[in-house]
Design a protein around this ligand. Structure first.
Ligand code: SF4
Ligand code: SF4
Length: 135
């Protein structure tokens, strides 16, 4: 089994189509939608985590390409700016994956991107704009 986190960009004509259902049913992929920006008549974007067999990924990406859905890998979505951070820890309580934590030695904030699922819960929690999305 392989796991990939990707951004799917949809042209407006595909907004109403159940593309993720096809990925699940036809290509036997587990799909978790981590984030979505979908507005009528505009290009839609979703950050999804996909789990499945490699050959199914290949077929699914071919299907998406033929449908006109752009697939981009998620490299680094959340940006933590330590120079703006006052280490108030308000963001730690809302982080579901412990990607944000407090160093017990220094009492300063730690950000572990590998644990981040790009849920964006931390953005409104931070009054200092020390975390932003690069989406
Ligand atoms: S985006 Fe979500 S998972 Fe990532 S650091 Fe912020 S709260 Fe945690
Ligand atoms: S809420 Fe903002 S300022 Fe406070 S610890 Fe988190 S990133 Fe730093």
């Amino acid at each position: 089994m392989a796991k990939k986190k990707v951004i799917l960009s949809f042209p407006p004509r595909l907004i109403q189509e159940p593309v993720t259902n096809v990925l699940i049913r036809q290509f036997d992929l587990q799909i978790t939608i981590l984030r979505a920006q979908v507005r009528p008549r505009e290009r839609g974007r979703m950050v999804v985590e996909m789990i499945g067999e490699k050959q199914n990924f290949d077929a699914a990406f071919k299907y998406l390409d033929e449908k006109g859905v752009q697939v981009d890998p998620v490299v680094q979505e959340m940006r933590y700016m330590p120079e703006k951070c006052v280490h108030c820890t308000a963001c730690v309580a809302v982080c579901p994956t412990h990607a944000l934590s407090v160093d017990p030695q220094t009492r300063e904030l730690c950000f572990e991107p590998s644990k981040c699922i790009i849920c964006e819960s931390c953005i409104p929690a931070c009054s200092y704009q020390a975390i932003e999305s690069q989406f």
